[in-house]
Write a protein that binds this ligand. Structure first.
Ligand SMILES: [Ca+2]
Length: 270
């Protein structure tokens, strides 16, 4: 009962406070730099194990962070279907078209607050858009360029959302770019967190990796990190999926994600 009262109180406060988003500094890269974000990486020794791969398959040989930049208005020359920026004036580009088995990680840890609760459903959200552009040399799957995006609950390291794909992965609807390049159009992610996530820390990491044999590149565009709707700009909206039951301690489970169609469909058809 007390819990319910708290929820109602929170809802009322929210209502009065309006729905500004709080999570993530420079989440839309509108400062035209990577302020607020932590760059890391090194080189890609290849994925461990065999497909289907997950975040647990990612291996990084420590070294200098791979490349990352902020781009403005342009059409990607390797992926003609990707028109930038995705939203606002700037979009983040993680890794680039140069080769060398480099791997870039972009990450940020932040606390979910009441300002991240969407009045439409009373639950906190983490939203963003991404579009990978990966060369496809048809190496063995574990050697291919790949991208990975994960949102974790810092308290217990549980995964709230993740998506992984290597270039040319069966079941993933890659589009053909120029030459041997493949890409996915921008997809909007809407991860719905449990109400108990308010006050808790989450960490977000994006990885763009070249092929492990060093001759082929891969990168991923990201934009619109925050709790509000990503906004227009050509992305494809993804179905929202509210999270079931609420665990008092928080984001242990729930949250979901991307399109039911997203990763699940990929796995199904893989
Ligand atoms: Ca932006």
């Amino acid at each position: 009962m007390r819990h319910r009262f708290r929820l109602i109180t929170a809802a009322v406060l929210l209502c009065c406070a309006g729905a500004s988003q709080a999570v993530f500094t420079n989440g839309g890269f509108e400062q035209n730099n990577l302020t607020g974000w932590t760059l890391g990486g090194g080189s890609n020794p290849g994925l461990s194990g065999s497909a289907p791969f997950t975040g647990a398959s990612v291996q990084i040989t420590p070294g200098a962070p791979g490349p990352a930049s902020v781009v403005g208005a342009m059409t990607d020359p390797r992926a003609p279907g990707i028109v930038l920026p995705r939203v606002g004036n700037f979009t983040g580009k993680i890794n680039d078209e140069a080769t060398g088995a480099l791997l870039t990680t972009l990450s940020q840890t932040d606390t979910i607050t009441a300002a991240d609760v969407d009045p439409a459903d009373g639950l906190p959200h983490v939203r963003f858009a991404f579009a990978p552009v990966l060369d496809d040399p048809a190496h063995a799957p574990q050697e291919q360029p790949y991208f990975y995006v994960v949102v974790r609950n810092v308290a217990d390291n549980s995964v709230l959302f993740e998506q992984f794909a290597y270039s040319g992965q069966p079941g993933v609807t890659f589009q053909q770019g120029t030459g041997s390049w493949k890409y996915l159009p921008f997809q909007n992610v809407d991860a719905v967190l449990p109400a108990s996530a308010v006050g808790q820390q989450i960490s977000l990491t994006v990885i763009g990796a070249d092929c492990s044999l060093s001759g082929h590149a891969g990168y991923v565009y990201v934009d619109g990190f925050g709790s509000g709707q990503v906004g227009n700009g050509g992305g494809v909206a993804v179905t929202q999926r509210p999270v079931p039951g609420l665990d008092r301690y928080g984001m242990t489970l729930l949250a979901l994600l991307l399109a039911s169609a997203g990763m699940l469909a990929w796995r199904r058809s893989a």
